[in-house]
Design a protein around this ligand. Sequence first.
Ligand SMILES: [Zn+2]
Length: 352
Amino acid sequence: MIQRIKDFKLKFDKSIKEVKNKEDLDKVRSNFVTSKDSFLITAFSEIKKSTPEVKKEIGELINKTKKYFIDEINKLSEKFQKVEYNELLKKEKWDVSIEGLQFKPGTSHPLNLVIDEIRQIFTELGYEMINGTEFETDDFCFQKLNLPIGHPARDMQDTFYVDESTVLRTHCTNMTARALSQLAKAKETIPANVGMISYGNVYRRDDDDATHSHQFMQVDGLLMGENISFANLKWTLEYVCKRLFGQETVIRMRPSFFPFTEPSAEVDINCVSCNGIGCRICKYSGWIEILGSGMIAKEVFELNGIDSNKYQAIAYGWGIERIAMLKFGVTNIRDFYENNDKFLKQFKFFGK
Ligand SMILES: [Zn+2]
């Protein structure tokens, strides 16, 4: 056996001397070390029945030989790796004098600046701000907001239907219906006052132009409690408009109609551009329409399972783009969506 091992070693030495590349080396590794048919592996089974002394002597010799094979193979493998690496270095020439890429810090998007400001104002007032789902059921987007199938106001909000009962929400007011339905489950444990702001993308089938987009952002507010009145609505809207557009801002409320509020009011502010004198932006009226609002209608309370004799709520909704356009003097709504670096960079002085 000892002689056979010595012969096998000689065979190995001869083979490894003939190795010229990595492929040859892989073959040697397989034939002499890893293959099941390698003599070093079969030799072990051959000495199984021998005496312990023989087993020990031959076993040690086999292991020593195996270690020698592996060491020789590794030495050669390292040599090939070095050659390969040096060839790669020769091929890849690096010009260390080339100027590196410059990464400039980004700026907040103007719509995010408005959202952040609204979040700040309403969080201070104790409201919770939520985002909510853009895919919505017909039920929460319309029916639970007193807009049953066939209601004429549905036409005003020409809708993208995903299937018969699912829509891309046409307003953030869907979250008002969801909040009321959720509160109804709480029954006796409804908090004394619940303030919620929802915001996000809404979709309407609209022809895009300088002031219209089929996708835009809205903010909707809801304050519900047992002693909420129209006075709370007026105070809140006046406070928020002054915070958004400056302390000298004046608001004007005009009677209006929305299916989910009664009474309803549209809210104007004095023109931010001409301060009420009259200009192109306010169409020479001195006023700019800014949002819709009202007291949640009894029907909406009932549709969502809330006792309309016990609770009242104020609600209001407005477009984030509209606020951003007025605040920053942007005249084309599409500027917000086109990711034009020159446009966006102008807002680096706003916000935090
Ligand atoms: Zn004006």
